[in-house]
Design a protein around this ligand. Structure first.
Ligand code: NAD
Length: 266
């Protein structure tokens, strides 16, 4: 049985992770962490998501509960992720990173951790999205430079970063397949007298509203036909199940960086 610790346990993803761990036959909740000073400190993690007592209470300091878990799953904030990565590296704990919007310094804390412990980081842990990354690579290779590529994503009103980490990951896969540098060709929104579209650009459009869990469409638009590859998440369980699957898969692996492609055997 793999014992899992969660950072960001009271958040939207944290609560869903608690449920996903309970469902998984090979995993158990070992520890649940929240922002130090949170009013939820000491609350039982199971009761937090209306599932009855789990016997694990929310606490603030990961380093103080190292005996309670084997793998740490982090869906919190970029600052907390960088701290979690340092603690995981120092304590030899495997790490699953779901938090998006990391800056260069926060990302390098995760990269440093991967030199010492197994790390699985993904902008999106759902099976469908990870399969769509494989389909996108094929589509980009076949359609090549004959199409205009646009990526549209929609999320709930609380999301902090834009475009989503998943949209960027999709753009990265397509750009790589076409031998383009995403930083050089990405266009993040358009306004005013934009002029005609340059063929090599990859456009991103962002929608925010309501309780949309996460929609992504990549459009390959040619003259006379258009291919669209879309994924729509209707529940956070899609991400949580994938993250728990990654945590169980990661336990006992060699240090290094792993992705969902490896976890899912794609
Ligand atoms: P949320 O705001 O509902 O939850 C984040 C939680 O982290 C909050 O409860 C907050 O108090 C807690 N937190 C902040 N600092 C902390 C600290 N120092 N220690 C412990 N906990 C701390 O957000 P959310 O919707 O659950 O999303 C969290 C992150 O996961 C975001 O970056 C989001 O983009 C990302 N996300 C990734 C995927 C994926 O599949 N990779 C899917 C959904 C969301």
């Amino acid at each position: 049985m793999v014992r899992i610790g969660i950072t960001g346990a009271a958040g939207r993803m944290g609560r869903t992770l608690i449920e996903a761990i309970e469902e998984h036959p090979g995993a158990t909740l070992g520890a649940a962490f929240e922002r130090p000073g949170s009013s939820l400190m000491g609350v039982d993690a199971g009761e937090l998501c209306g599932r009855g007592r789990a016997g694990v209470c929310l606490q603030g300091v990961v380093a103080e509960a190292l005996d309670a878990f084997d793998v740490l799953i982090d869906f919190s904030s970029p600052e907390a992720t960088a701290e979690a990565a340092e603690v995981a590296a120092q304590s030899g704990k495997a790490l699953v990173v779901g938090t998006t919007g990391l800056d260069a310094a926060q990302q390098s804390a995760v990269d440093r951790a991967a030199l010492r412990v197994p790390v699985c980081q993904a902008a999106n842990f759902s099976t469908g999205v990870n399969l769509s990354l494989v389909l996108l690579e094929t589509a980009a290779r076949v359609l090549g430079d004959t199409v205009d590529i646009e990526i549209v994503e929609a999320h709930h009103r609380h999301k902090r970063d834009a475009p989503s980490g998943t949209a960027l990951a999709m753009g990265e896969v397509v750009a790589q397949a076409l031998g383009r540098d995403l930083h050089a060709v990405a266009v993040y929104g358009r306004e005013g007298q934009t002029g005609p579209r340059a063929r090599e650009t990859i456009g991103f459009a962002t929608v925010r509203g309501g309780d949309i869990v996460g929609d992504h469409t990549v459009m390959f638009a040619a003259d006379g036909e258009r291919l669209e590859i879309s994924h729509k998440a209707s529940s956070r369980m899609a991400f949580a199940r994938g993250a728990v699957r990654a945590a169980v898969w990661l336990a006992g692996r060699e240090p290094g960086r792993y992705g969902m492609r490896e976890v899912l055997g794609l």
